[in-house]
Design a protein around this ligand. Sequence first.
Ligand code: 2YC
Length: 276
Amino acid sequence: MTRLKNSDICDISFNLCRYNRELISKTGQSLLGIACHACGVEELKIKQKLDSFCVHVVPVTTGLGVISNFSETVCAILKFLGFIALVSDKPDASGITSAFENKADAIMMADDKRFVGINLNTKSVVDNSEMTGQVFASAMDLMADGINQKDVLVIGCGSVGEAAARKLLSFNAKLSLIDINYNTAQLLAKKLSRAEQKDKIIVLKQEDNILSYKYILEATPSENTITDSLLSELTVVASPGVPLGVSAKGCKILNDHLIHDKLELGVAAMAVALLK
Ligand code: 2YC
């Protein structure tokens, strides 16, 4: 899991309107719409509930400590979506306690290992890696006008890649998995085939020819995992991986067929999942 830096997220809050317009033009859906698609809920139903749902974002000082602007950015995304949200003025146990004392509906917080949302009424937990994988797979489904029966290359078989792969299978996509560690990809294929009774999961090796994929979901913590030679103006890439696995030249080739962000879609999907 890549630890975000302030420089990764400092521009998010004041770019939310522009990013929302970019998502609408690329997928036909807004940030909230894509999150609802990922959670399988109607946007209208969520819109009726979210303006009375209060989320406390609690800074966590353990381990490598607070990332400046992290809690404020999560809060800004929640407020942009229409939730009631605030950053607790106290971190850690004090912040969690204050959320309960003030009858918050949910808390969101992240230590160095996990970034979670907890619904204080239902006690349900949502995980950022899980929801990020699901929401980028859903964005790809929208960009593809339905990924059903289409071949998708999933690069990176960690927790985000696994969640994305599972979601793509639920859309009936045909998957090819690749990971820097071949065994990791093989293990995921076995896990998914058993769970989803799917026999159409291919495992590729690094040296295999992966030129022919029109749909690529990149979920690795490395740069340049998708070399320019793999791309054409028809290629569609959804990339939750941080840093972005596409070069500047590659971004130009993809133009509006690339979805990538470092917090927005994952936080939106967590919030909708907490509310549904
Ligand atoms: O500011 C704080 O409360 C810090 N404890 C936050 C630490 C977040 C560490 N995790 C990350 O940087 C990201 C997550 C947003 C998802 C994957 N890595």
